[in-house]
Design a protein around this ligand. Structure first.
Ligand code: CP
Length: 308
């Protein structure tokens, strides 16, 4: 089974994930083998919202596979969106110039709209509060590499769970490996995980619970998936109420099990306040390895979407 577009993480079946993980591992081990795999192919990186990891890793991914990249880092200002062009018209045009489009947009559902008019694959690189399926792909790839399994894990998701598209996409993926999976949501009262995800987990028999006791959760979890309070997606009042509420710092870090891992989609701000030496040396800090894994996961995805 081959994907045409990647809009939501539910599309990533266990078989597709297994193929992508294995190709990603091979690409890491044998980069030369793949250096011309997508020669002549063009990626359009169309970002209406800021990004460091997703845009740079997609651009690096296509270049490492022998392809080329066109795009804009600020499509809101530097594309004809500023003149009032609809997303649909922009996508119709760009899909005539590129072989694949990685798109980030501030509106939930925008990637789906783009896929309905595009003649080339659309990759949802984040659509507002909706989904971020390639983040979930690299998160799952990281979990597989760190634990050598995607089941029998207790996963705490911490922070801004109502606006967080990464945790939403990851919940959908974890539901595919549900044996022994348990999720603990830790968030400020006003930023709790939305009902649609809870209903999905219930329907797929994935146990979850909510907690406000981070220190207790840190002692139990195998994975602590931290997220940033997304100031840009809420009122200043809501942000002030949430800021600094759930933090990992020198004081509570050693409550975390020696075998556990801290993940974070990044960027992080005050929710992780650890010395650089700890970040460098302690194996439990996995978020920089996680970001690096994004390169290989996205290379594997591009090959999957563009191979003949
Ligand atoms: N994780 C993530 O999407 O990071 P960027 O916003 O830097 O792309």
């Amino acid at each position: 089974m081959k994907l045409k577009h990647l809009i939501e993480s539910q599309q990533l079946t266990v078989d597709i994930l297994s193929e992508l993980f294995s190709v990603a591992d091979d690409m890491r081990a044998n980069p030369k083998k793949y250096s011309d795999s997508l020669k002549g192919k063009i990626l359009a990186a169309l970002f209406y919202e800021p990004s460091t990891r997703t845009r740079f890793s997609f651009e690096s991914a296509i270049l490492k596979l022998g392809g080329q990249v066109i795009g804009t880092e600020n499509a809101k200002e530097f594309s004809s969106a500023v003149k009032g062009e609809s997303l649909e018209d922009s996508i119709r045009i760009i899909s005539a110039y590129a072989d694949v489009i990685a798109m980030r947009h501030d509106e939930e559902g925008s990637a789906k709209r783009a896929s309905e008019v595009s003649s080339v694959p659309i990759i949802n690189a984040g659509d507002g509060k909706g989904q971020h399926p390639t983040q979930a792909l690299l998160d799952a790839y990281t979990i597989k590499r760190e634990f050598n399994r995607l089941n029998n894990l207790k996963i705490a998701m911490v922070g801004d769970l109502s606006s967080g598209r990464t945790v939403r996409s990851l919940c959908y993926l974890l539901a595919k490996f549900k044996e022994g999976i348990e999720i603990i949501f830790v968030s400020p009262e006003h930023l709790r995980m939305r009902g649609d995800i809870k209903e999905y987990l219930q329907k797929h028999d994935v146990p979850f619970r909510e907690s406000s006791d981070l220190n207790s959760v840190l002692q139990q979890a195998d994975i602590i998936y931290m997220t940033r309070i997304q100031k840009e997606r809420m009122s200043l009042e809501d942000y002030e109420k949430a800021k600094g509420k759930f933090i990992i710092n020198k004081e509570n870090f050693n409550l975390i099990k020696p075998t556990a891992r801290i993940l974070h989609p990044l960027p992080h701000v005050e929710e992780i306040d650890l010395p650089i030496e700890t970040e460098k040396q302690d194996k439990r800090v996995a978020y920089f390895r996680q970001a690096e894994n994004g390169l290989y996961a996205r290379m594997a995805l591009l090959l999957h979407l563009l191979k003949d």
